[in-house]
Ligand binder design. Structure first.
Ligand code: DAT
Ligand code: MG
Length: 151
């Protein structure tokens, strides 16, 4: 099976009307959308999603930001989906992100960096479970695959 990654458009991206741009960039790159949900994250889910950062000084503001409005939670599929999605997003701090990436084109502040992407296949599996549970992704044929993937 193709690798899957969890991507979220954070509340800043939704409020700024960047949902279409973010999805468009991942679509045009060639990743395949297999699940999508507009949702409100509560404190419990935020804490579990960001549990690796619980002892960091920015943890409280991270939780308050991610729960501050709706997010768009998605699962994307590709060979090497985790790395490809993060490359399309750019560096964590938009100030360090290259132009041409989502964060490099749309952001200036690390606390308002528009998107989340899983950092490993193991994180992706964990985050997909948190946000979508089992069987949250659709299995369907994409007719453009033959023009995107050689075999
Ligand atoms: P990424 O989102 O690129 O995987 P991360 O997992 O290290 O980055 O951190 C999660 C989020 O926390 C990140 O998107 C923005 C915020 N963050 C990270 N480091 C920060 C810092 N030093 N100060 C403020 N916010 C930070
Ligand atoms: Mg991370």
């Amino acid at each position: 099976m193709m690798e899957r990654t969890f991507v979220a458009i954070k509340p800043d991206g939704v409020q700024r009307g960047l949902v279409g741009d973010v999805i468009s960039r991942l679509e045009r790159r060639g990743l395949k959308l297999v699940a999508m949900r507009l949702m409100q994250v509560d404190e419990d889910l935020a804490g579990r999603h960001y549990s690796e950062h619980v002892s960091r000084p920015f943890f409280p503001s991270l939780v308050s930001f991610i729960t501050s409005g709706p997010i768009v939670a998605m699962i994307w599929e590709a060979n090497n989906a985790v790395a490809l999605a993060r490359q399309t997003m750019g560096a964590t701090n938009p100030g360090d992100a290259s132009p041409g990436t989502i964060r490099g084109d749309f952001g200036v502040d690390i606390g308002r960096n528009i998107v989340h992407g899983s950092d490993s296949p193991e994180s992706a599996e964990r985050e997909i479970g948190l946000f979508f549970g089992e069987g949250g992704a659709l299995d369907y044929a994409r007719s453009a695959d033959q023009w995107i993937i050689e075999s």
